[in-house]
Write a protein that binds this ligand. Sequence first.
Ligand code: ZN
Ligand code: ZN
Ligand code: FE
Length: 725
Amino acid sequence: MKGWVNNSSEGIHIEVEGKEETVRQFTRELSTQIPPRARVEILRFEDLEWFGFPTFEIRASVEEEGKYQLVSPDIATCADCQREIFNPRDRRYRYPFTNCTNCGPRFTIIEDIPYDRANTTMAKFQMCPQCRHEYEDPGNRRFHGQPNACPLCGPRLDLCDNQGHSLRVEDPLRSAIGLLRQGKILAIKGLGGFLLACDARDLAAVQKLRQRKYRPDKPFAVMLGNLKEAREHCLVTEEEEKLLLAPESPIVLLRWKAESSIARAVAPAQKYLGVMLPYTPLHHLLLRESEMALVMTSGNLSEEPIVRDNEEAFSRLGGIPDAFLIHDRDIYVQYDDSVTAVVGGNPAILRRARGYAPFPVGLPFSLKPILACGAELKNTFCLTRDRYAFISQHIGDMENLETLNYFQRTVDLYQKIFRIQPEAVAYDLHPEYLSTKYGRSLSGAKIGVQHHFAHMASCLAENGEKDPVIGIIFDGLGLGTDGNFWGGEFLVGDFGSFFRKAHFEYLPMPGGAAAIRNPWRMALGYVYSLLGEERLARHLSIFARVEEEKIRIIFQQIDRGVNSPLTSSCGRLFDGISALLGLCPSVSYEGQAAVELEMIADEKEGGTFPFFLEESEGKEIIRLRPLIEGILGDIEGGRSPSIISAKFHNTLVKIGVDTCRKICRQGGPKKVVLSGGVFQNRLLSEGMKAGLERAGFEVLVHCRVPANDGGLSLGQAVIANFIAR
Ligand code: ZN
Ligand code: ZN
Ligand code: FE
């Protein structure tokens, strides 16, 4: 066949001429005979006049006004490249920046489309003749591999002291491993940003990292050399194995074996350990040559964005690592490692970043160009165009200027590379969220979307479901349309509207934000407002560490409704129960009390606590007095926290099933979606799904976007699209 092919900002254009049968065969095989990581989204064919091309040629890339193409996420090192870096006779032996068209950096180095070397941070490296030859040879694995490089012409490693001064060592990798072996902390520049690493078996090193990073309890992830090592420390199911080995190479939460030699301080109070396998040549070399298990956690200060530039690392991370292992390939946009788990046999994404973004979620309908700004915690934004929802990578908690800057910069980048000019902007109803303030400051139509409505729509959208459903939204906090904080909701609706059919009864959050950091306040509030001061008096031992004066003030706050907002949050209920059982009177990271409550649950226990539904103004109110009473009774009776936790989980499932049955009897739908941060709890989400299915409901859950606030922007965007019509 004769003709030409080129790469454009719209995609690939091919014109071919030849015998009719050959051209037919070509069009048939076009979508199947493709490189491993290629993905055909749409194929469009057109008959053209005979031109009489003399040859077949690859033409230069072109930019077409307003047109866009999908951009690939970064891809874990392929098997061929792995073989090369471990082969002493290969010219890329031990070269940490080896890649090919089937693997390597993509999104993190792209400044604009079309995806050509000149539009990436590799532009500054001139290919040597051998690399150039590979790049231009259509039969080579590196044909048009934009980040192609070798030890002669590509990026290089350097090892610096804790001030950022080069140590001028001969073999930076080997010296870095030496430091890790001595229990030192290293900042390692990776694919999406800097990671902080230390020996995961060395308790002192792990504790030192926790101290320096101001992160006392929140679990760290570890990187293990290969699947065999993962099995030494964790149970790995078939589904989990697939995730670990996937080209996205995410962190996978695995059941952590008791006999594992990894320090428990890596993930205190957890039964799961976040494990990832090496995903760059640098990691492969590091893990293979050190034979270590390494803690690998985002290089940032507490909740700031992950650090991307060398200079930025020296200034912002200064004081955490003992040394920096850096290189000179720039990261244009940073992203964190993604976090996944297998829930009920299906993969679920808890943090969507490296390997997944900026690949869009495909929708079964076309959308207007909309920017949805997400929420406050675990923020992502979403830009829509055609049938695509481009959900950003995990941006982080929008509580500081650094994160807001990262948010704005990433919004600009997505708008640029996907050529999207939003006509409308959607945001959460909470006026104090930085994302809301940002959205309101933009021009164009503005749409405030209720938080839990957005959660429901997010799950509907990724499942392509347009019919009305019951949405069980168990969440932390989100501002409701009545000014209270919602979070234990049963909504009925679709993309266009919702009705709040049932919710947990409103209870006080004594001290507001202080109650989030101190679950004992929630516990005190539950017992005091549901059972009264007298009943509480018998259980004051639980609050023994709290001064009497403080307790009296809380009573007053609740009685007078001062600084004691009302909430129906299921997340706060978890916090309160956790504190009642003495697990987490105070927390150091979001969700800690709820997670620790889940972790201790005895999965064999089948009992429940009582509760009841009460109708009020057309809604079902889920009354919790008997539940709290039952828990206090169990505590008095000396039952173990493991049993009580399990019974609490079972009760929530029963609440879900009973409430859906009631809504259904009143003419509600038979389909249920589960969303909200509380459903990251595996025990609860697996139990709820099974319970509802046994009761005859069809259940939709999250898979490609997080159930937590990281998935919220998708729901906001889809709702805005329907409302803005
Ligand atoms: Zn490769
Ligand atoms: Zn080269
Ligand atoms: Fe939420």
